[in-house]
Design a binder for this molecule. Sequence first.
Ligand SMILES: Nc1ncnc2c1ncn2[C@@H]1O[C@H](COP(=O)(O)OP(=O)(O)OP(=O)(O)O)[C@@H](O)[C@H]1O
Ligand SMILES: CC(C)(CO)[C@@H](O)C(=O)NCCC(=O)O
Length: 411
Amino acid sequence: MDQRRDQIEGNSEPSHSFGQISHLALDIGGTLIKVVYFSTSRDDCIDHEWDSSANNTLGVSKSGKHPILEGRLHFAKFETRNINDCLEFISSKKLHLGGFQRCRNLAKDKNLIKATGGGAHKFAELFREKLGIDLDKEDEMDCLVAGANFLLKAVHREAYTYVGGEKEFMQIDQNDLYPYLLVNIGSGVSMIKVDGDGKFERVSGTNVGGGTFWGLGRLLTKCKSFDELLELSYRGNNRVIDMLVGDIYGGMDYSKIGLSSTTIASSFGKAVSDYKELEDYKPEDVARSLLRMISNNIGQIAYLNALQFGLKRIFFGGFFIQGQPYTMDTISVAVHFWSKGEAKAMFLRHEGFLGALGAYVSYAKNRLDDLVCNESIEIPVSASYAADPKYNPRNADLNDNESMQCSVYTA
Ligand SMILES: Nc1ncnc2c1ncn2[C@@H]1O[C@H](COP(=O)(O)OP(=O)(O)OP(=O)(O)O)[C@@H](O)[C@H]1O
Ligand SMILES: CC(C)(CO)[C@@H](O)C(=O)NCCC(=O)O
């Protein structure tokens, strides 16, 4: 394996001094803010000859054939309620200066940063005031779809199924990607039928989503963080609170309609028949029932939409999933059960960053129209990305800066 390929595949961590930052993009959601930015360093340009006079974030190989950029795509997330942490992070790393310095909109003399999600509207003034930047708003659904398509086409080992506790990465045939159903489980849930690049329809949604799990879970268990709630759910037993088919049928299956005795007949249903109070239940059992109820419900609604539109593949994204085995298992089982094995639930490694990545790639869309650039800027849209094996969204700490090594071919 040659050195460059070795780097692309992430087997050797480049000794990393930050190079130039380019193109910061934000997705400011109801619960979390997602940040994506790209950095290059000399080390990342390992086997290309760089035009030293260019001194820009994109180098042009001396051969002149293909401009190539190598560097790292960084991911970070913050709680929206702690938006000041995010502003400080951007300011301390000077992320807001990297992208637009040479892409300054001279006509309007504005420093524009691509941003999506409701917070791009809600917090526009705050960003202007604190960082002196203007948020260039991109539509949230456009960005989710662009981000999902980008990941599915460009990132090796991005989509996987989760069956029986095993992840299986899917080989995505780019010529056979569409149509699919994208289910983004954020605070709320959006279900989008995707037919191509920029071709989609938001066909459904539900207000019972990640925010419901976190909000209701916090009230019911008094836990202090989302991770604590997940931790609790791991240790819990939902059968203590959920009413199972067997509880109703004296331990028997109801096989005539395909229900086993262990199927949940009614989430939280036992709380009534047991005459117990909240204090009588362990927080971990409550957390487990809640996670199961919400994951199951989303899996079922997703399946119904897939059925209605004749879609066989359902990709789940959004930070509710967090790569959590129990969540993915429940969703997978729900889709499998209701579709009688016809439809498949798939998950994305960069699950929570779809919108932010979509905003990021949107720099390419209107760079010629909107931006006056002093130097040639190409945006990595036709990138060949390979994820850093050290990047594990599941282990990602909220304020940790994660990244993946990538190479960009702007052919
Ligand atoms: N560290 C965390 N803190 C809070 N919620 C978390 C955390 N990690 C995962 N979550 C889950 O992720 C959900 C938010 O996901 P995501 O960031 O995709 O949505 P959002 O963009 O904030 O919401 P929306 O798109 O509806 O505005 C939360 O509701 C919660 O269930
Ligand atoms: C409102 C949005 C799109 C904001 O991200 C999201 O939270 C959502 O899809 N909520 C579900 C709303 C509904 O369709 O019932």
